[in-house]
Structure formats: C-alpha cells, structure tokens
Design a protein. Sequence first.
Length: 616
Amino acid sequence: MKLNEAQREVVGCRERRVVVLAGAGSGKTATSVHWVAGLVRSGVPRKSILMITFTRKAAGEMRSRVEALLKGRPRAGEADALTVGTYHAVASAVMREDAAGFGLRDGRYTTIDDGESQSIWRSALRECGVQPKSALFAPERLRGAYSFARNTMVPVRGLLEPMFPKHVARLERVIAAYERLKRAANAVDYDDLLVLWERRLREDAAFARAQRERWRYVLVDEMQDNNRLNAAILEALAPEHLMVVGDVNQSIYAFRGSDAKLITEFSARCPATRVLRLEDNYRSGQAILDLANAVVARTEAALSLRSANGTRASVRCLVFHDPDHEALGVIDWVQRLVAEGRKPCDCAVLTRSSKLLTALEIALGRYRIAYRKYGGLTLADASEVKDFLAFLRLAQNPRDRLALLRCLTQFPGIGEGTAAKAIDAHDGRLDGNHWPAQAEALPMWVRRVRETRELAGKGRYLAEHIKPLIETNYPKDSGERMATIGALVNSMAAAEGTLTEFLDSFALDRTTTQEHPEQAITLSTIHSAKGLEWDCVWLLGAGSKQLPHPRTEEMSSMPEERRLCYVAVTRPRHDLVVSYPGLTWQKKPQRGCPFLPEETHWEYAGPLSPKMPARA
C-alpha cells in the first residue's frame, strides 16, 4: 500500500508520546502496522514491541500484516516475537509466567467466563443468606455492577448505593464471598486479569521495571474505547515510547465503561505529546463525508474528512408517514439495488435500537427478503412476540403443548408445575374445567381468535386481551413491547393468506441466511456496525424521538448519541439514505434527528408499493 503524506508522517514519528487522531476509513490499521514494521527495520527487536488491540481478530490481522511487511527479515533469535493482543490476552500471558506473584496458587489457574462467574455469584449470595432468584439481587445484575465499577475504577460502594439502597453493606459481604470463592477454586474472572496486572504494576516496583524494559514500544489501537482501568495499566507500564490511535467521535461504548476523555485529555496529562491527524478517507464519497463532518463539526478533536479516491456518492434524507411506510421504503430500495446488480450483502440497514427494526423485519418476511441481524434479538426471538404468537399457535393447533405452556405461564400465579397438570388434562379440548382459575379466560380467547375470519381481526382482538399480561410481566418496558405487538397486528392487516402462512413467515429467514449469506442484507444496531462498511447503507429511525434514544435524559449522554449518528453515516461507500417516520409507533409526532445539520433537506416519501414475490 502506498502511504499518503500524513500516514508517512505517523510511520516516521519517533516521539516518546504520540496521539494519532484517525478518522473513519483513513487507513489507521495500515499506518499502525507500517509504524511497527518501520521500528523493526530500524533495529528495534520484535520482542520490544507491544501492540494492544480490542479484538482477537484485529490482533491476528495486525500481526500477520506486520510480518508480511517484514517478509525475509530474520528474527533476532527464537524468542524475538511481537506481542500482539487484547489487554486481557496480554495480561493472561503475563500472569501465567508468574502466577504466585499475582497472589494465585499456581499457573494452572482457571479463567472463568461470564456464565461460570454467575454461578459463583449465586453461591456467594446463598452463602450470605440472599435468595439468588430475587430480581433485586439477580447474579447478572450484581456481576454487571461490580464489573463496571472495577473497569471504571470508581468505588464499588459509590456505584452500588444508588442501585441497591439500604443493601450496600450486605452486598459488600456478598462481593467478599465471591472473591473468596474464586480464590478457593484457583480461578480468576476476566476483570481479574486486568485488575491484578494493574495492581502489581503499581505495587511491585521490580515487576513494573521489568515490564518496562520488556516493552519499550507500545501501540494502542482504538484508544477511544479504553476505560480507566486500561489507562491505569498504560500509565503504570510507562513505556519509553507510546503511540495511541483512535477517533474521539467513534467512542460509543460508555455503557461498557469506555471514556472518550482518555484521548481528548491525553496531551494534558503528557505535555510533550505530538498530535497527528489522518483525515484522508479511502471509503466514502465526499457527499457522505460532508454530512459526517457536519454532524461533529463543533465537537472536541473533530476531524475534517475528505475523500481520497473520488468515490461516487449520494445522500438522501426521507420522511415517511409511519414506521410501516418507512419499512416499505427500505423494501423498495433493496429491490431496486438488486435489480441494478447489487448483491444483497452489499446493503445494510442501521438503527439506534433493534426495536426500531420491528416493522422492517415483518416486511422482509412478507416480501421474502433474506437478512442477517446483528445486535439485539431478532423479532421472532423477542419475548413479547413469542407470547403473542403462542396464543395464535394455540388457535391454529389446540394440541400445541409448547404453545399452551407459554400461554398458561403468562398468567400471574401459574408456574410450570400447575401448567403441566392443565396440559395433561387438556388433550386438545377448549371446553372443560381443567383450566387453572387464573387462566379461565384462556379458552374463550382462543375460541374467539379461531372464529374471527380476518387475520387482522384475530390480531386486534388478541392484542387487546393480552395487554394486561404484558403490563404485568414486563412492567419496566411494557409500552415498547406493546408497540412491537402493534406492529405485528398491522402486518397481519397487510398480509395475504392464512394464519398458518403468517406463522410460518417467522421461520423463513432462519433457513436461508446461513446457507446463502450473499443473498442476505444486513440489519444492525449502530453499536454492532462499528468498524464495518457496505456499499449502500440506510439509517432507519433517524427521528428526534429515536436518535437520540428516547431514554437519553441526561445531557451528559448527548455527546455519545451524536457520535452514534456519526458512526452510522460513515459506514457507506457510495449510497446513504437517512429516514424517519413522522409518527412513531406511539403516534407521537417527531422531527428529524437533531444531530443532522439544520439545513438538511428532508423529502416526504409517499406510500410505496414494492413488488411482491411470486408464491413458491
């Protein structure tokens, strides 16, 4: 690869502290590997270089690319090898070398995953007299809070007090029991790898000096995704040369503890830092980059991206009446692109929340367009959808024991044991006195759905009667879940065919996308799309009540919501469509996303009629 002037400046930089602000599509990986290869060519042993990445895949790619650049250059001995890996992988390798120095019994310790960690949390809760099945003290909730506190280096008590008022002292005993049980099993969790590494670097001067001498050159990729614990490790390592690479405006993982200030404030902590910028974009056409630049124009450390390859690009901003019309707009877009010769896998639909994909998933099933979804559940996997479909399945087939089990256990006070007795007595009969008292209305609901002729009528009746169950079973977000069911009801009104055909449509994509990935478009949350790119991208749900997320109440969260918008609009190479429905599912009017420039021209898109596929 031929490097541009800015990239060559980075590759040749030998300052002790360097920040590389690398915009989307600016070739930061190529620049990073050339910097490392340049060090080796200048006489730096491979073993003196540490490259920290955020995924194992990225680590493997960077290692292979460096070695490809160094092809034919011999190593300075068998032990002369680059160290490339995630923080966790590097920490684990260091700890295996001297487990006792980290307070572990021996090097045969076990690194437990999240599932095994939760099992130990349950044991710790029981040991302290706390019921693990309690919603308040759910092992997953406690594990998440403790992990967040450790990675952000905030006092555990300070984080627990707002979440578990009046129970902090009790939970501190549970945490102590959790730590004791881990050590008794000679086990560490993922967070321990970093916590123990940082602690020993800070407390053991001889160990810290040895680590410093071992890795004189350290490169950190995706610095914007670092958290305070990561930063503390780097500070304690204090290598002779440190280069951090990242883009402030692609920092979108605050919910995991990442902190954009670690890159914006790097120069303040290290006054001699040299700041370099990579702003030539090799991915997108200028029309797309102009919009991206406008989204973050007034933010700290904003870059001004310019197209380096003259790629053709177009941007359209559309307003639809409601989510159903917006979904049909996407269907029409995909059909036209495929007719023009695009592969479906070159097309992606991105959104802030997977819930906003509900209407589109239904439409894709109806129009038989295969898709793969990343981030969040698929529509058919959502609990409220399974609840709703269970009643429809029972109406279609009264002998469906699995559907009946799900229907019965939705009613308060009915567990699986009570439900099993009713199912045994049921035997496909809707009459009789075998129904539990709490579910005495169930047979009437099923008969009414069976007797209603129109598919839309079946859906409307069932949605009205299942609503109290949804509100009881999902008290925190029942409104969102009922909106999803509302989308299903609307799809039933638009569907052609029988109840059986409607139910079958939910299994359609699962049998084709793995076998024919090129024939599947991508649906993804913006979080899951980071680092990826497509020829054509549709940013769906870009309304003022959708992006930012409606639950974003604190102004401190707004910068990250803006960055999510930026990440989304920098994914396409050629074509970008941004859209929102004028009315949300809750029938609330909205305007366009506030992060887009005020002069954005929004076109009103009337009702579309995509081409229906021929029946199989």
